[in-house]
Write a protein that binds this ligand. Structure first.
Ligand code: 8YV
Length: 314
């Protein structure tokens, strides 16, 4: 029997590529010099897409594949997948929730510590010889007793909250609506919450509903003693406003894993020693990436075996 055809939009880990290549006839979208030519050659055959949270699947890609049944996304955030277009085409979308919650939340906690204790500056001070030459580094700031405002109390936001409580921070949160039973004070107004906290942590989904939710007014409210941490999507923060806020000292510090135009990072953010950067690495541990990859493969296998997928996007 001929193998089922799938399109791989962006290169995945070796383990996933091997598993997919064994089970399917695979087509490598990212390698095709002429993507339209590839699509027209295979469009009738392709029944599945494997993609990443970054590459997603556009409306035009979904429409170009009339026999598409499933999009299996390597990542929890599906803002780059055109969900309405998938729904109109009757295409199932799956993602990789839960398995990455812990590592993404840990990076957020790491940023809180890094920006407060100036870990990157301390490393440079120790490594460069400045300690021997000039003496001790400046004092840094304690996180104990400070306030953290979490934007989006979903799986990752909740895990960040629980972990920051261990460090004795007071937790607040903002989201589109209050949740019955949420154990932390809810702020319906994000600007008002930013004014009330020391750390503003963005943990909401990306997409149109949250685009530039952290704008200049929110950053001004966070203020010169405040820190912005973003482990969600670059689109949630107005990056031009953030650059201005960092340059003028409107906010104190930032810890950023995600950017509006990845992998490009504005020069001003790279230059500032008050900004700690990561290259979109929240879920990028060996263990979590293996678990995410296994879910991508499992969802496709379940679907093509006629069974319900494990982690549908609802
Ligand atoms: C991945 C992510 O980096 O889960 C997400 O939403 O952003 C990440 O885990 C991404 O999907 C890889 O492109």
């Amino acid at each position: 029997m001929a193998k089922t055809s799938i399109l791989i939009v962006e290169e995945l880990t070796q383990a996933v590529m091997t598993a997919l290549e064994q089970a399917y006839e695979t087509h490598r979208y990212w390698e095709a010099p002429d993507k339209d030519m590839l699509l027209s050659a295979i469009s009738d055959r392709v029944r599945g897409i494997a993609t990443t949270g970054h590459a997603g699947a556009s409306e035009s890609l979904i429409q170009a594949l009339p026999n598409l049944e499933i999009i299996s996304c390597y990542g929890v955030g599906v803002d780059a997948v055109d969900l309405p277009a998938a729904a109109r085409a009757g295409v199932i979308v799956t993602n990789t929730p839960d398995v990455l919650t812990d590592d993404v939340a840990n990076l957020a906690v790491g940023f809180v510590l890094a920006v407060s204790r100036d870990l990157v500056q301390g490393d440079a001070h120790a490594r460069s010889g400045a300690w021997e030459r000039d003496g001790n580094m400046h004092l840094t700031r304690s996180i104990r007793g400070k306030k953290a405002g979490i934007v989006g109390l979903g799986r990752i936001g909740m895990d960040i909250a629980k972990k920051l409580e261990i460090f004795e921070l007071e937790i607040h949160w903002h989201g589109p609506r209050a949740k019955p039973g949420a154990p932390y004070p809810y702020h319906p107004d994000l600007t008002e919450m930013a004014a009330a906290v020391d750390y503003l942590l963005v943990a909401c989904p990306g997409g149109a509903a949250t685009r530039h939710i952290v704008n200049g007014a929110v950053l001004a409210a966070l203020g010169p003693e405040g820190s912005l941490i973003n482990i969600s999507r670059g689109s949630c923060v107005d990056e031009a406003a953030l650059v201005a806020a960092v340059e003028t000292g409107t906010i104190g510090w930032a810890g950023l894993d995600v950017f509006e135009d990845e992998p490009r990072i504005p020069e001003a953010l790279k230059q500032s020693d008050r900004v700690t950067l990561q290259p979109h690495a929240g879920s990028a541990t060996v263990e979590t990436r293996a678990a995410m990859g296994a879910l991508v493969v499992e969802n496709l296998a379940l679907h093509f075996a006629g069974k319900p997928v494990r982690t549908p996007v609802t």
